[in-house]
Design a protein around this ligand. Structure first.
Ligand SMILES: [Zn+2]
Length: 266
């Protein structure tokens, strides 16, 4: 009952507050959106509007965050949940936007139990205690179908965290097979680790060899940015992500390097 009331309210609110077409239409030429049909773009637009309405977007360090910038962020944020529905993001509330890459403090415990404090420079971070942190410079660089997308990467971590600490095992949909998921990702992860160790070329960013959570997040980026290359490298991973995201980007996106559309970002 509560769910129905919330859905009705959402429908009512979206009807009253659509994203302005002057803002929306130029941004639909974003390369990673190529091949989406009219109905899918309309759904993406609604998800983006609801995203901007319900998530707190907090610009910090003096960055001015305009409406076009908000929509550029929202489009990339909701593309992964186009066929999952907005509830997939209902367990977190805030995105903090830095002008560029930012310093984050790290606390690592070693084998002897000592905690080492350090700092790392990041383009994005999905914190298990809540917010997603993003560098605007990297968000703006993200939607060009080059295989890298910090927004999709961090939000894949958030989907992974729906059942606890990020470990590359997000909650799977009914009908998906945990063993198939494990087999696909273990094979890719072991291969990536071997390539990293041996200094071999990898079409998939070797940051994926860091741990299982990064493997899932990096493969998710590639799934939406450069699906042909992901499928060439690890077809079983592509198949599992196709089931997980309920999308098949190979069918709509050309191979990388075949003429990008121009997108104006203010
Ligand atoms: Zn990551």
């Amino acid at each position: 009952m509560l769910q129905t009331m919330q859905n009705l309210y959402r429908r009512w609110w979206l009807k009253k507050h659509p994203i302005n077409d002057d803002l929306w239409l130029p941004l639909t030429t974003m390369p990673i959106l190529r091949g989406l049909n009219t109905e899918e773009l309309e759904r993406l637009k609604e998800l983006a509007a609801w995203f901007l309405h319900t998530k707190a977007i907090s610009p910090v360090q003096g960055i001015e965050f305009s409406d076009p910038m908000r929509v550029v962020l929202a489009i990339q944020a909701v593309l992964p949940i186009l066929n999952l529905g907005f509830d997939a993001y209902d367990d977190w509330q805030e995105i903090i936007i830095y002008p560029s890459q930012f310093v984050s403090k790290t606390h690592k415990r070693d084998h002897y139990g000592f905690v080492h404090e350090g700092e790392q420079v990041l383009a994005g971070q999905a914190r298990s205690d809540g917010p997603v942190l993003l560098s605007w410079h990297d968000v703006m660089e993200a939607p060009w179908q080059d295989g890298f997308n910090v927004v999709i990467h961090e939000l894949a971590h958030k989907l992974d965290m729906r059942n606890g600490f990020p470990n590359g095992n997000p909650p799977l949909h009914y009908g998906m097979n945990q063993n198939h998921w494990q087999a696909a990702f273990s094979h890719a992860f072991i291969d990536l680790q071997q390539k990293a160790r041996n200094g071999e070329y990898s079409a998939v960013d070797l940051y994926a060899a860091t741990d299982a959570a990064e493997c899932f997040a990096v493969c998710s980026e590639m799934f939406f940015e450069d699906p042909h290359t992901l499928n060439d490298s690890y077809p079983a991973v592509y198949q599992q992500l196709k089931l997980f995201y309920r999308q098949d980007p190979i069918r709509r996106l050309p191979r990388v390097g075949y003429g990008f559309a121009d997108t104006v970002i203010h």
